[in-house]
Design a protein around this ligand. Structure first.
Ligand code: ADP
Ligand code: MG
Length: 214
């Protein structure tokens, strides 16, 4: 049995065509089913639905053999125990710094003042501001980051941006682009050895589907 960990939403939706290219069809829709384990047309392949941030944990500890996780999530997790053979080029977005449209970010940076930054991505934010030599107080949040600068909780946020419409709707502006983000295939290192006969063809088929023969 091969267990594939996916998160609901865009990663699930954008992984489906890649699985189809490998001959795998998921037999239930996670938006309408309450099941957390979804069967596929392949009796020895199943999908488990987990939170995006839990995908690396499931795969690293063998709760799943393989999974799909965002680069954001993988950097924050650290990636220990994971083999990352492929960038799937799906769930593309960027990690950015955003502030209220009336906040003088350049001035604060230039003056060397402390910056209060709210984010779910504390490792990425810490490293980014350390490289810039900006002193920051990081405030860990788990969601609705856009609210932090509007309520005075923070001066800036570090968050994922794709179209920018959420920022705009909340009168925030993107002032720095930290890195481009996409999702990657992650594989349990022990499973890759023990289940190689089943996993290798699956990884190769997905690699071919994304145009990067592994
Ligand atoms: P959650 O709501 O559980 O944090 P999301 O579905 O928002 O999870 O995000 C899951 C993954 O999808 C993220 O880790 C990231 O890699 C990617 N992602 C998040 N937001 C966007 C976006 N706006 N556009 C494209 N990909 C995104
Ligand atoms: Mg989200």
């Amino acid at each position: 049995m091969i267990t594939l960990a996916l998160s609901k939403g865009r990663i699930f939706e954008e992984t489906l065509p890649l699985l189809a290219a490998a001959g795998i069809q998921v037999l239930e829709d996670p938006e309408s089913s309450r099941k957390l384990i979804l069967p596929t047309n392949q009796p020895d392949v199943r999908v488990v639905l987990v939170r995006a941030t839990d995908v690396p944990t499931y795969v690293a500890y063998g709760g799943a053999d393989i999974g799909v996780a965002g680069r954001d999530v993988l950097i924050e997790h650290g990636g220990a125990g994971l083999y990352q053979p492929l960038d799937l080029q799906i769930a593309q977005c960027r990690m950015s710094v955003a502030v209220r449209d009336d906040f003088d970010y350049a001035g604060v940076v230039q003056q060397g003042s402390r910056l209060r930054v709210a984010t779910k991505y504390t490792s990425i934010a810490r490293q980014h501001f350390a490289e810039k030599g900006v002193h920051v107080d990081l405030i860990k949040l788990y969601g609705s980051m856009e609210l932090a600068p509007l309520t005075g909780l923070a001066d800036a946020i570090v968050d994922l941006v794709s179209t920018g419409s959420t920022l705009k709707a909340n009168r925030l502006v993107e002032v720095e682009r930290i890195m481009d983000i996409s999702s990657r295939l992650v594989v349990n290192q022990a499973a890759l050895k023990l289940k190689r006969e089943a996993l290798k063809p699956l990884i190769d088929a997905i690699a071919a589907a994304v145009g990067q023969p592994a």
